[in-house]
Design a protein around this ligand. Structure first.
Ligand SMILES: *[C@@H]1O[C@H](CO)[C@@H](O)[C@H](O)[C@H]1NC(C)=O
Ligand SMILES: *[C@@H]1O[C@H](CO)[C@@H](O)[C@H](O)[C@H]1NC(C)=O
Ligand SMILES: *[C@@H]1O[C@H](CO)[C@@H](O)[C@H](O)[C@H]1NC(C)=O
Length: 254
């Protein structure tokens, strides 16, 4: 009964399944895949991001396997990390017993419980792992406590409150996605393009606003466009091909 309620009440959002995860180790040292798990007692292993961190040979970090689980033995996070790991998998399991999505929406039983919002905050505070969207899996198993502690409320509409909870959950999932280095690049590109467009408009407007500067001209040189043109085809301009290389004799940078 409890378990079926857990399934009904839980939502499971997964983003960016590592393509590499399905591929077993080829030659050379294995590069890790990363799993960032969030949730409640169904998933917790008692991990703390300020303790021993996951590493090859100790893929869940702290505490010692199977950790402090709701089941009193190994749980699905333990098993997926150490048994169904077709390739090297390191798991940061932020899940916390008793967690709700956000304590401001549904208070947990213990005020010290880390909500999904708190767990995402821990993740965003920094992960000492060189993960990328291509090698990371995010999972969220949450909802049982939110409903368990609120299903009997008679104030307000249940349907509206379900939307409130889900909006809060997916707002947090969005934060996780935005944390990826790839989305930083996309965002930086959008911000740069808009800034450069406004800069060009500003230069034009400046000339129009100052017919008094008859002896002067304002020039706009688009360094971004020129750099992009060169970086897109470095060998054509006599540089080595890697656009991220720095400091070498034929590198574009430094
Ligand atoms: C899977 O995890 C176990 C336990 O940490 C480890 O011994 C094994 O080498 C891992 N498998 C791969 C392919 O990394
Ligand atoms: C309904 O009551 C609960 C418990 O007192 C409270 O936390 C919640 O904010 C209330 N919801 C609304 C919509 O007033
Ligand atoms: C990426 O964006 C996040 C905010 O979403 C920010 O905290 C982080 O510092 C950024 N990383 C880099 C390398 O700029």
């Amino acid at each position: 009964m409890l378990f079926s309620l857990a399934l009904v009440a839980s939502s499971f959002a997964v983003a960016r399944v590592a393509s590499a995860m399905a591929v077993s180790g080829a030659t050379g040292p294995a590069t890790p895949n990363y799993w960032f798990s969030f949730g409640d007692s169904y998933s917790t292993t008692g991990f703390s991001p300020s303790g021993t961190l996951p590493a090859p040979g100790n893929p869940l970090g702290n505490p010692a396997y199977p950790g402090n689980t709701g089941a009193g033995g190994s749980n699905w996070v333990d098993v997926c990390t150490t048994v169904y790991n077709a390739s090297l998998l390191l798991t940061w399991n932020y899940a916390y017993s008793g967690a709700t999505v956000d304590a401001a929406l549904v208070a947990p039983y213990y005020p010290t419980t880390l909500s999904l919002k708190d767990q995402v905050g821990e993740f965003l505070a920094g992960v000492a792992a060189p993960w990328t969207p291509a090698d990371a899996l995010f999972s969220v198993w949450i909802g049982i406590n939110d409903l368990g502690y609120s299903y009997y409320w008679t104030n307000g509409s249940r349907s509206t409150f379900a939307d409130v909870l889900l909006d809060a959950e997916f707002g947090l999932v969005e934060k996780l996605m935005l944390a990826s280095p790839a989305s930083n690049q996309t965002l930086l590109r959008i911000v740069t393009d808009e800034f450069n467009k406004k800069l060009a408009e500003k230069v034009d407007a400046f000339e129009v606003e100052h017919p008094d500067f008859v002896q002067s001209s304002v020039y706009f040189w688009d360094a971004h466009a020129v750099f992009t043109d060169i970086l897109d085809d470095l060998p054509k301009y006599g540089f080595d091909a890697d656009p991220t290389a720095y400091g070498g004799a034929n590198d574009f940078w430094g």
